[in-house]
Design a protein around this ligand. Structure first.
Ligand SMILES: Nc1ncnc2c1ncn2[C@@H]1O[C@H](COP(=O)(O)OP(=O)(O)O)[C@@H](O)[C@H]1O
Ligand SMILES: [Mg+2]
Length: 161
């Protein structure tokens, strides 16, 4: 479905973009983050968590435990699949149960495991374009994620105006 790009010129701006997304995130939404190490996935995830009403210092890359659960305005399941090599690696982590339960889901390195994302998901690819510059390329794959993208754009406009 849709593709939109946002430019960021600092870590703070990436967090602010994430915060706007977190504010409009609803139960059932799924957001996958992609990009090289150091691209800013965790910075963005912290902003999203802040927008959901979670203390962002609690949000680190959950590399060692794979999946973390946070509670704010809604429940947020945060996973990092960096260390995984295949779908079987998610068995026994509780990931699918959390993803399909109440709340929203945020997954770093989502495409390491093809079945991690539902068919209708938002994906955000972070591109390291210069020392402090990043491009966020956002794609949607169904009506739910398209609606989330629309709410995010509306929220950014409302905050700018
Ligand atoms: N515009 C920007 N947006 C996000 N991070 C940035 C930006 N400019 C510089 N950085 C730096 O890039 C690094 C991103 O790290 P992190 O979010 O942990 O990446 P990842 O989780 O993708 O490996 C941080 O050190 C951050 O300060
Ligand atoms: Mg990270």
């Amino acid at each position: 479905m849709g593709t939109v790009s946002f430019a960021s010129s600092s870590p703070e701006e990436t967090r602010a973009l994430g915060e706007a997304l977190g504010r409009v995130l609803q139960e059932g939404d799924f957001v996958g983050l992609l990009g090289d190490l150091g691209a800013g996935k965790t910075e963005l995830a912290r902003g999203i968590a802040r927008g959901v009403g979670i203390r962002d210092e609690d949000v680190t890359s959950p590399t060692f435990s794979i999946v973390h659960q946070h509670h704010g305005r809604i429940r947020l399941t945060h996973a990092d699949l960096y260390r995984l090599t295949g779908p079987a690696d998610l068995d026994g982590t509780g990931f699918h149960e959390l993803r399909d339960g109440p709340g929203a889901t945020l997954v770093e390195w989502v495409d390491r495991v093809p079945r991690a994302a539902p068919p209708d998901a938002m994906r955000i690819v972070l591109l390291d374009t210069a020392e402090n510059a990043r491009e966020l390329v956002v794609t949607t794959s169904g009506p739910r994620s398209e609606h989330l993208l629309q709410r995010w754009k509306d929220e950014l406009l409302a905050r700018a105006g």
